[in-house]
Write a protein that binds this ligand. Sequence first.
Ligand code: CAA
Length: 295
Amino acid sequence: KRPAGAPDKSLARKVTKVGIVGAGLMASQMALLFARRLEVPVVLTDVDQARVDKGVGYVHGEIDKLLGKKRVSPDQANRLKALVTGSLDKAAFADADFVIEAVFEDLGVKQQVFAEVEEHVSAEAVLATNTSSLSITEMAAGLKHPERVVGFHFFNPVAVMPLLEIVRADRTDDATLATAFAVGKQLKKSSVLVKDAPAFVVNRLLTRFMGEVVKSIDEGTPFEVADKATEPLGLPMSPLVLLQLVGPPVALHVAETMHRAFPDRFGVSENMKRFVEAGKAAVWQWDATGKQTVD
Ligand code: CAA
């Protein structure tokens, strides 16, 4: 059944090579998924060799885990490893027909990335973004071919979470959108078409939800109490553990975007801001027993 709002699948273009900008955790998880499900070459790029190597190393490590669990054969594992390569140079995207960026959550940075990628790919290559909150229309503005830009938003952990938010920007054309849906299907994700609105749908809910839990801690509720109080909701993971999984800097960026868009409904936790701005990777740390310590 065609997902609501998806164009006819006959408009989709075939994807024979994937480029990924960024080699962080989410990008690396995406690289593995694309290689595994599309069985096409995937190139990861980043700003320095150490990051590129770390990303490719993560993918190889995950393939070894799949091999250990007998989810892939030794032959498949070798093939998958050969499909995922790293490069410092976006010229490696030359024949890629689907490039997705998963760099720092900043509009200017993402616009610059797309402008650079556009110099190396064909006029029809899809430029997808894994942004979790920024405007896709603004990201496409200024490009030579804004009609090939689409939102393609995964959730953590990428290998496990079934949903994919596909976002149509003002100028996204049907062929681009149809390609995005076709790729989503190949990845075995459940794709939904969402409006190009701040944080789309999922993160709008999640940010508000996490924000209220964090705010209760800012107001003096002990961490353990705030964490335990969400138990009756029956979530697979408490909002505070989820915050750790998503990464406090990312969560803070989303919260700030939402605060700018809807100041009456979204706040930004002062504690979280202070810790992230001080360069701490995590707001809260858990010890082996699951008890938190504030860093
Ligand atoms: N990376 C890769 N695979 C992972 C993983 C990870 N980080 N964490 C778990 N998995 C895999 C495990 O390997 C396991 O796979 P197999 O069955 O193949 O062995 C499977 O997931 C289930 O794992 P577990 O049995 O260990 O754990 P679980 O049943 O407790 O499930 C979970 C783990 C799926 C992460 C679950 O806790 C969950 O659904 N949590 C909520 C996640 C969520 O809400 N994500 C959305 C985040 S918001 C976001 O990402 C948006 C954004 O833009 C910021």
